[in-house]
Design a protein around this ligand. Sequence first.
Ligand SMILES: Cc1ncc(COP(=O)(O)O)c(C=O)c1O
Length: 284
Amino acid sequence: MIPATLDTKLPRLVTPLPGPAAKKWVQLDDQYVSPSYTRAYPLVVKTGRGAMIEDVDGNVFLDFAAGIAVVATGHCHPQVVAAIQQQAAELIHMSGTDFYYPSMPELAQKLAAIAPGKDPKKVYFGNSGTEAVEAALKLARYHTKRDKFIAFYGAFHGRTMGSLSLTASKAVQRKGFGTLLAGVHHIPYGYCYRCPYGLQPESCCTECATVLEREIFKKIVDPEEVAAIVVEPFQGEGGYLPGPPEFLLELQRICRKYGILLVADEVQSGMGRTGQCRNETLRC
Ligand SMILES: Cc1ncc(COP(=O)(O)O)c(C=O)c1O
């Protein structure tokens, strides 16, 4: 049943923000929860329905971010809730590394059917975005027997050591963690509105990708040592930038030419994140 306060399409503030209950929870959190969780503001969420969320003081907000873009069906969609409840009652523990479960190949088959590209697909299930990226890095090294990576300024790929090495969004995210994965080279992302090379889209010849062949592969890293180019087709933290198709196609051409893998972190359209199918290593 929808809580009465959430049965609305309008936000509603009943206390100053943060409210008294929120302040109490933030204080307790400060005392017991690791400071590695970086919160931008003191929103303490109690419940959500559809596009609305309610905090612990009864303030109701419109959730423009849809979780962090992972609740595409809205908060607590009844069918999603029912599926979770049914699974929890049937079998609550699983370990795909040790045993088989019918639901794994069943879901993998569905994901393989909707993933882009004509080649046969295999699916790896991860617990988070960063884990998917770590898996892609290992897979790329294992498959190519090469160890270098190309990534982009503005990229956010996660906070564990490997994915953090690819992340180049905010220096503070890397600060204090010492030397990261060696052999990661960053270049500017394809962003025509504020072209990093000061060019116009009509006449630029996708400088943002060709710089690889013209400069990077000549002066910094031999392409035959590059395992993968890791790119967000739609940069998120970097400023919600849709990568221009020409830029992505040029990356694909370069990858094909040098036997480099192209790893697309979040391939679906729109803002970026879905809860599950977040990372795809494309064979070019
Ligand atoms: C493109 C991209 N990759 C990876 C991640 C890391 O995901 P997670 O926070 O689930 O580890 C994010 C998180 O926002 C992301 O936007």
